[in-house]
Design a protein around this ligand. Structure first.
Ligand SMILES: C[S@@+](CC[C@H](N)C(=O)[O-])C[C@H]1O[C@@H](n2cnc3c(N)ncnc32)[C@H](O)[C@@H]1O
Ligand SMILES: Nc1nc2[nH]cc(C(=O)O)c2c(=O)[nH]1
Ligand code: SF4
Ligand SMILES: [Mg+2]
Length: 210
């Protein structure tokens, strides 16, 4: 199938347990919890998104005719060497597009595959690192994985329920917004109250990376 990719770039993973790791980011176009249009934000299920995922016009973006074409482009972004090749599939919502052919092709190019997903669709079983970021008001079906990354605060979140899900790491990440400072304090307070939760910062924003 043809994949619609907003942008593709080489950077350091900024968030979560793998923060600091060199990675090619593949940002898929489109999401099932928001159209991406500002006029729809107030009525969307997910209203705090910090990302432009509309269209295929970003740097390194475009339409890729098949898995090999996308995987070869990711390999070109990585450059020489096959050691510790990491691809982070994000968006938008990557699980609207990720399929067998893409997973096979990325593995064929030597990539470990990580995903950033809202968890409303089951994650492809071939993915090596699963990060689910639940959104209040959505139905999360993907309740297992490597890290659960909760953007905070989100009214309507049941922390006891989330703690019953099957993740290796539980992370709380301050919501970037006009209230960023208060949100950082709220996230610190949560991590101090509930030791299962660790603070995740968007370090790429602090460092001026993409
Ligand atoms: C843009 S989303 C794309 C992947 C997927 N749709 C998801 O929501 O997980 C990538 C990550 O950024 C987080 N994120 C989005 N907006 C944010 C904000 N304003 N502050 C902090 N994290 C945010 C998401 O929760 C998710 O973990
Ligand atoms: N450096 C960097 N790290 C990230 N981790 C998750 C991101 C995302 O937007 O999914 C992201 C991103 O956009 N940039
Ligand atoms: S689910 Fe992810 S991509 Fe979609 S609007 Fe929310 S944060 Fe943005
Ligand atoms: Mg981001």
């Amino acid at each position: 199938m043809t994949y619609s990719v907003k942008e593709m770039f080489l950077t350091l993973q900024g968030e979560g347990v793998n923060a600091g790791a060199r990675a090619v980011f593949v940002r898929f176009a489109g999401c099932n919890l928001w159209t991406g249009r500002e006029q729809d934000r107030a009525t969307a299920i997910c209203r705090f998104c910090d990302t432009d995922f509309v269209g295929t016009n970003g740097v390194g973006g475009g339409k890729f005719a098949d898995g090999e074409a996308l995987a070869e482009a990711a390999a070109r972004h990585w450059g020489a060497g096959r050691d510790k090749r990491l691809a982070v599939l994000t968006g938008g919502e990557p699980m609207l597009q990720v399929d067998d052919a893409l997973v096979e092709a990325l593995h064929g190019e030597g990539f470990t595959i990580a995903i950033e997903t809202n968890g409303t669709l089951p994650v492809h079983p071939g993915i090596d690192w699963v990060c689910v970021s639940p959104k209040a008001g959505s139905s999360v079906v993907q309740r297992s994985g490597d890290e659960l990354k909760l953007v905070w605060p989100q009214a309507g979140t049941d922390l006891d329920e989330l703690e019953g899900w099957d993740f290796r790491h539980f992370l709380v990440q301050p919501m970037d917004s006009e209230e960023a400072e208060a949100n950082r304090e709220a996230a610190i307070a949560l991590a101090m109250e509930r030791p299962r939760w660790r603070l995740s910062l968007q370090t790429h924003k602090l460092l001026g990376l993409r």
